[in-house]
Design a protein around this ligand. Structure first.
Ligand code: NAD
Length: 390
């Protein structure tokens, strides 16, 4: 039966002063498919209550812990309870919250990196399969229309056999010991117990690796990496340099850094094939540059008819006419809206539109954890080149 209503979301994390929980709230409501009805917003129950009030939520559905939320929401009639749980806490909480939500029968949208270890990631993968529930992973950069266009150019063989991928994600905000000031986002990111085995590599290196695999459709098979901690006293890496081998003989270079003064979120990718080269920048996301041998450079611009004519995915994931910029929140919302349509299809017992299933999920989460573990192992090793385990 068709469900003619918004999907109901229960949010974990996103308390006062939190970063990405607020982005999830904004992006999830952009297309009117999702409403926030419940939450356990903070590790501190008082702050969770404070956030619930600020959001005008029914106080009965503002919970002190995620466990309370899962228990109480499971006990509500099907017509009232949440449909899915969004996980926006620091990394160490992703696994227990996602696992318990799936076990309770809720679909999940989870922040990256998916877990602390690949073992946990594979446990989630098995659970998702067993339960037949929908799992989204917020690698939001795959939500950009021009990233989807690039992916489709590779798929249609307009780029030819891929020879080389260069992907970068430099930031500068951790160039000093910001964590020593108690800054909220820096504190947990530099603590291995909350962040995991990787610092910069887990926080933003995973986005770069995911983007490279998404656009090229090729898996990274081997990594030669060097992680460095430049800021004295910091427990995790703040700089990451990798050489990559990808399926089909392609080579790659991936670098991520959080000590690059003045860099904001300078994620960018270059894909060089036998027929053409592609270039895309997250800070200028409405343009895709295409270069072919002995031809003038092409600049493909989001929202134009020639983009829609070429890529149904780029067209579907774009909202406003060309020249009015779309960016971070819209790309984030694309993952949410595709996830919501897929969840609705699951509830209705229908097969989803393949274009709606175009968002990262639990398999990409496993890939992310294998990437982090391989980079850490390679960096510590003498032989350097390290295969990515299956
Ligand atoms: P943050 O420190 O700003 O916020 C974390 C929030 O989670 C806080 O409100 C904290 O109180 C709450 N919290 C912690 N444990 C909790 C628990 N057990 N139950 C309920 N709430 C709990 O962190 P952030 O920068 O927003 O990052 C959160 C997550 O989002 C991380 O996994 C990070 O890697 C990811 N992230 C992703 C992107 C992206 O672009 N996709 C960007 C930033 C952060």
């Amino acid at each position: 039966m068709a469900i003619n209503r918004k999907l109901r979301m229960g949010l974990v994390g996103g308390g006062p002063g939190a970063f990405i929980g607020e982005v999830h709230r904004k992006a999830s409501r952009l297309d009117g498919e999702i409403e926030l009805v419940a939450g356990a917003f903070d590790i501190d129950p008082k702050k969770s209550q404070q956030m619930g009030k600020q959001l005008y939520l029914d106080p009965k559905r503002v919970y002190n812990t995620y466990q309370d939320m899962l228990k109480a929401e499971s006990a509500l009639p099907e017509g009232d309870r949440i449909d899915f749980v969004a996980v926006t806490t620091p990394n160490n909480w992703h696994f227990p919250i996602a696992r318990d939500a799936l076990k309770a029968g809720f679909h999940v949208m989870c922040e990256k990196p998916m877990t602390l270890t690949s073992k946990e990631a594979k446990e989630l993968q098995t659970l998702v399969e067993k339960k037949g529930l929908v799992f989204g992973l917020m690698h939001n950069y795959t939500g950009y229309p021009m990233v989807k266009l690039a992916r489709d150019m590779v798929k249609k063989n307009d780029v030819g056999k891929i020879r080389k991928v260069v992907v970068q994600y430099p930031q500068g905000w951790l160039a000093t010991a910001l964590e020593k000031t108690g800054q909220m986002q820096a504190s947990w990111r530099t603590d291995p117990k909350q962040s995991g085995a990787g610092g910069c590599v887990g926080d933003i290196g995973t986005h770069a690796a995911n983007l490279a695999e998404y656009i090229t459709g090729l898996k990274i098979t081997d990594i030669c990496a060097e992680l460095t901690t430049f800021v004295p006293g910091r427990a995790l890496d703040d700089d990451c340099n990798c050489l990559l081998k990808l399926e089909g003989g392609a080579k790659g270079v991936l670098h991520a850094s959080q000590i690059a003064h003045g860099e904001e979120n300078n994620l960018a990718i270059w894909v060089h094939g036998e027929k053409a080269s592609l270039e895309w920048h997250q800070e200028h996301p409405n343009y895709l540059y295409v270069r072919r041998p002995s031809k003038p450079e092409e600049v493909w611009k989001r929202g134009n008819d020639y983009v829609a004519g070429y890529s149904a995915a780029a067209a579907r994931n774009s909202r406003i006419p060309s020249g009015h910029p779309e960016a971070f929140l819209e790309a984030f919302a694309n993952n949410y809206t595709n996830f919501a349509e897929t969840v609705k299809s699951a509830i209705e017992g229908k097969k989803p539109d393949p274009l709606a299933t175009d968002f990262p999920g639990v398999n990409e989460g496993v890939r992310g954890m294998l990437f982090i573990e391989t980079v850490v192992a390679s960096s510590k090793s003498k032989q350097k080149w390290t295969p990515v385990k299956k």
